[in-house]
Structures are given as C-alpha cells and as structure tokens.
Ligand binder design. Structure first.
Ligand code: ATP
Ligand code: MG
Length: 583
C-alpha cells in the first residue's frame, strides 16, 4: 500500500496552539477537565439536551443559530438555541402528556427534518430513549427493530407511515402512539398530528434529575457483518462527544459545521446533533441525499469550515472528472474528517489535490459511541492510517492465547485484533436483549472490537479488515483493505471489494469486485490489465486472481461495502440479513 506522509503547514490550517503538542495533550489529559465544561442540571445530574441546547439558550448564545436546515425543495430555515430549547420543551411536554417517562422508547422514522432534531432533544429531556431508524428502511427492518426495541411512540411522516408502518400496526401491540410530523389533524387516538399536540404544549419544561448512567439512545449497528445489534448508550457519553468535538473536529465558536450522516446511524446522532451543539456551534443539516454539485454548493454557500463525512461519499466525488475549486469557493473549509469504513490512501491524496486539504480518517463503532482513534488536524497524516488513539483512550493490538484469554501484542507492525480498555464514558452499556454477546466482547480487561489492525512505531493504527472479512490464501492472511486500496490506485477504479473465494489449492483465492470511474468501460483487456497491476503492486501471493466488474458494489444504507454479500453471492449461499442493504 502506498504510504504517503502528509506534513501540514499548520499556519495554513489555523490550528489552535494547544492542539499541536499531541504528546502533551495525551499526558496531561484528564476527564475532570471535560467534566468541568458541563453545567449539570439545576436539580442535579447530567442530561444531554440540557448541555447541548438549554445551557446555551440560557446564556450568551441565546440568539445564535443552532440549526440551519436545508430542505430538499430548496427551503432554508434557521433555528436559534432559544427556539431549539422552546421547541424541544414542547416535544418533551407532548411525550409527558402521552404518559411517557424515563426509559420509554421513542422511535423515529423520518428524513432529516427539523422536527427530528427537535424531537431528539425533547426525548432526552423527558429521559426517554431515542431509537432512530433510517428513513429508507423497508417495513421488515422497521418491524424487527421496533419489536426488539419495545417501541412505545413512533415519530414519522404521513407518507412513510402509509407506505411502511400502517401495514405493520397489528404486529406492534406495544406501540401506543404514532406522531405524524406533517398531519394537520389527528386520525385516531393512536395516530396523532404532531403539530396539534405541539400547539397545545407549553414551551416550559423542567428536566427531572438525570443520572449520567441513564439510558439515552438505542442504536442499531449497520449490519455489515450480520444481523444488526441493538446498542445501548447513556447520557454520560457526552464527555466523549465534547472531547472529540474539541480535539478531532476542532470545533470553535466561529465554526460552521456539517456532518453528512443520517441520524439513523450513530454518526448522525453523536456527531450530527449532539457534539456540535455541546460546543454551541451552528450545525448544518441537509435533507437531500448525496449529489456532488449540491454538496459542493452547500460547502460554499453555507461557508462550512468543518466537514464530517464518509469514505463512500468521498469515493463518489472521486469518481467524477471534476475540479471543485475551479467552480466553487471552498475557502472557508479548514478540516475534513471521515468515518465509517477504511479510507483508502488514494482518497487522502485526492483531498490534497482537489480540495487542497487532506482527508482525516478516524475510527469508531456504534459500540464505542464516539471517536476513539483519529488523525488530528495538527498531526502529520500517514495516508491509509486511522490515526492515533484519542487522549483518555487506550487502544492495543491483541491476540488469543493458546490456553485461553488474550495477550497484548507489543511491537510495531504485528497484526492482531484491535482492542480498547473498557470503561470510557461513551462505551456502550449493553447489547439489547443479548447480555451473553455483550459479555463475550470483554476478555482479560480489554474490549474486543472485531476489527484487525496493526500499530506502527509512531503509534498510528492501521486497519486491515474486519475479522470476518480476512482472506486466508496459501497460508497468508490478507486484509481486503490493502487489496482494494491498491486497485484504487489504478486510474479506472472507483471502488473495489475483495473477498476470499474457497479454492482447493490455496484455501481461499483473492477475488476482487470492481466498479469503474466515469469514462471507463469494463473489458477483457481492462480486466487483464488490473490483474497485472495487482500482481505488480501486491505480489503474486496476495494479488487478486479473479476480477469481476460490477456497476456498483452492494453497500449498507450507511454506505459500507458488504463483503459478506459479495461472498455469499459468489458462492451461491443464502444472503443472510439484508435489512440494511442499499436499495
Ligand atoms: P455490524 O456490526 O452490524 O456488522 P458495522 O460494524 O458496520 O455493522 P458500525 O458500528 O456502524 O456497524 O460500524 C463500525 C465498523 O465500521 C468498525 O468496527 C469498522 O469495521 C468500520 N469502520 C469505521 N470507521 C472505520 C475507519 N476509519 N477505518 C476502517 N474501518 C472503519
Ligand atoms: Mg460492528
């Protein structure tokens, strides 16, 4: 893999002086300092919505814009911290009037509408539990999750309700109320107009004492490797959100921030709503789905300074033969961060060329609740590396011992499973209804992530692949990421997914599925060229022996390549859970 070290001109990046000395941050970091950033509830305790919204609405940021909402139809609406406080108070009162209290589950199924963000804060205020669903789910995944998650209330829109939920009502006996965002009238006792209830609700709400360990969110994982798991989080996670907002996203009051993730996935809640507001930052929300020109236009028109997105989006921008800086003024942009999948080195370099900014990779999972490993704005980047553990986070590479248990692997470049010291504020507190699975994640004082990686001598972590995706060929362990990243260095390749295909001679042979960039067509000649390219760069032992062209690769709705599906299809096996497969 092409490892390129990217040194940054710190003065160009307007880096805060305190961020420059990583070793010092690491050594001096204390969670107490983060704790001192929070106000706490007047009656005691810690509540996400109080720290993210009310605290600012009660102070000097009262009239600052908290949310800029860009509708699919071109509408633009702004909400100040005060308006967010009042509206979320109303929503909390609506929940209270419906008899919901601490621990009750409120599901949401909506596109990225302002009401979704207001409701989320209202749910936290009422100490109920937010369970966001991705609006593009079909009825089956919705049903599965609502049943498993004991949904009492569902917030949705008229059209999503008609299309996807109404046919399920018989199977959801525990569901008490459906709130329709865009209905003017109640349909029945059960199916209500949100607007009507909000009209009647008071905009004053006292948040009852909230224990930092009270459950706040239930998030389902992406389902990349199998059946999605329900992951339990608590209010205290904001310690990690605040800290990573400062050190990774470098959020400061004058910033305009845009996270492209949908709240149906953990990035869209942790970093699409909670983190920017903990820092009192103006948060951009765009309702529309990906569109390259539209996205560049948002970055330009809204003067976005901090942009948090995902490799899948960056690869889609890379596909186009287009120079954004020739058409758009992106001079406000000072930091691009990416999460969700491995970020191919080619993508980091593309950023340097086309945006004049590197793309900073960071790593975390639904289970960790917040960013754990990252390339900080001030640090040199090794393209292809996830970066270094954040202050307060201890990460290691471990392996199973022969007689049970695990041991830390000391020394650079040794491959093993990525593990974290448990106990961090944002770490999950359980898998819903699956205590056994939860307990299995913890061995000998470490949390096992299920991802394979190695560490280099500077302490940067390098992703190899998910344990389930590793290819065993002729006695070698091959990480799909390495094979895919090499293929992406070829000018024709937009995306690649590598799998191990069972083979009597070598155990598994490496097979790669490839989709091409604009202007390239599949051909036998190109296939042979890519095989030759792989051999030259990777060596015969680990280069793909087979290459197949696909118009696009199967991905989760959050944009992750589903290698398990490529494999199942290749082998003619059942596809398993495909509830999160992109349509
Ligand atoms: P499931 O657990 O249901 O299979 P999932 O693991 O994809 O789905 P998420 O919690 O959304 O669900 O994703 C976390 C995983 O995504 C990580 O464990 C890792 O495999 C991958 N990932 C996230 N960020 C990065 C990154 N920067 N580099 C490499 N992999 C990443
Ligand atoms: Mg996972």
């Amino acid at each position: 893999m092409k490892r390129k070290r990217i040194e940054k001109r710190l003065e160009d990046l307007k880096v805060r002086p305190h961020l420059i000395d990583y070793e010092k941050i690491y050594k001096e970091f204390q969670w107490e300092e983060v704790a001192s950033q929070f106000e706490g509830l007047p009656g005691g305790g810690l509540n996400i919505a109080h720290e993210a919204i009310d605290r600012h609405a009660n102070g000097v940021l009262v009239h600052k814009t908290a949310l800029v909402w860009l509708g699919e139809d071109g509408q633009r609406r702004e909400f100040t911290f005060m308006q967010m406080k009042q509206e979320s108070n109303k929503f909390a009162n609506v929940l209270r009037s419906l008899g919901l209290s601490k621990g009750d589950r409120v599901f949401t199924l909506s596109t990225r509408l302002p009401e979704l963000y207001i409701a989320a804060m209202g749910v936290f205020k009422n100490r109920s539990v937010l369970c966001p669903l991705f609006s593009q789910f079909g009825p089956e995944p919705i049903l599965q999750r609502m049943v498993r998650g004991d949904a009492k209330v569902l917030l949705t829109t008229k059209s999503l309700f008609e299309k996807k939920v109404r046919p399920l009502l018989d199977q959801l006996p525990q569901l008490e109320v459906v709130l329709l965002i865009d209905a003017q009238e109640d349909e029945s006792e059960k199916v209500r107009s949100l607007a009507r209830l909000m009209q009647k609700a008071s905009d004053v709400f006292e948040i009852l004492p909230t224990d930092p360990e009270d459950m706040s969110l239930l998030h389902f994982t992406s389902g990349t490797t199998g059946m999605p798991k329900g992951v339990v989080h608590v209010h205290k996670a904001i310690y990690m959100h605040w800290m990573s907002g400062r050190y990774v996203l470098d959020l400061y009051p004058e910033d305009i921030y845009w996270c492209t993730a949908d709240p149906g996935w953990v990035t869209g809640t942790s970093y699409g709503m909670i983190t920017p507001w903990l820092h009192g930052i103006t948060n951009i929300v765009s309702e529309a789905e990906f569109d390259a020109q539209q996205w560049y236009k948002i970055l330009q028109d809204e003067k976005v300074s901090i942009w948090y997105t995902a490799p899948t989006a960056i690869r889609r921008l890379m596909r186009l033969d287009f120079d954004p800086l020739k058409t758009y003024d992106l001079s406000s942009l000072r930091l691009v961060q990416s999460v969700g999948e491995p970020l191919n080195p080619e993508a980091v370099i593309w950023g340097m060329e086309k945006l004049k900014l590197p793309i900073h990779d960071n790593w975390w999972q639904t289970e960790t609740g917040g960013i754990m490993i990252a390339n900080l704005i001030s640090q040199p980047i090794w393209s292809g590396s996830m970066g270094r553990p954040l202050p307060g986070v201890e990460a290691a590479i471990v392996q199973k011992k022969e007689n049970g248990g695990i041991a830390e692997i000391i020394g650079p470049y040794k491959e093993g499973e990525l593990a974290l010291k448990p106990g961090g504020p944002s770490m999950f507190r359980g898998y819903l209804h699956d205590e056994e699975r939860y307990e299995k994640c913890f061995v000998d004082g470490w949390y096992l992530t299920g991802d394979l990686a190695y560490k280099d001598e500077e302490g940067y972590f390098w992703f190899i692949g998910r344990a389930d995706d590793i290819i065993k060929t002729s006695g070698h362990m091959v990480g799909p990421f390495e094979v895919e990243s090499i293929l992406m260095e070829h000018p024709s390749v937009a995306e690649a997914g590598a799998i191990g295909k069972p083979d009597p001679m070598v155990g598994q042979l490496v097979k790669a599925f490839v989709s091409l960039k604009e202007g390239f067509e599949p051909s036998e000649e190109l296939r042979r060229e890519l095989i030759g390219f792989g051999r030259k760069k990777l060596g015969v032992a680990i280069a793909p022996k087979e290459i197949e062209f696909l118009p696009s690769l199967p991905k989760t709705r959050s944009g992750k390549i589903m290698r398990r599906l490529l494999k199942a299809r290749e082998m003619g096996l059942p596809e398993g859970d495909i509830s999160t497969l992109e349509a």
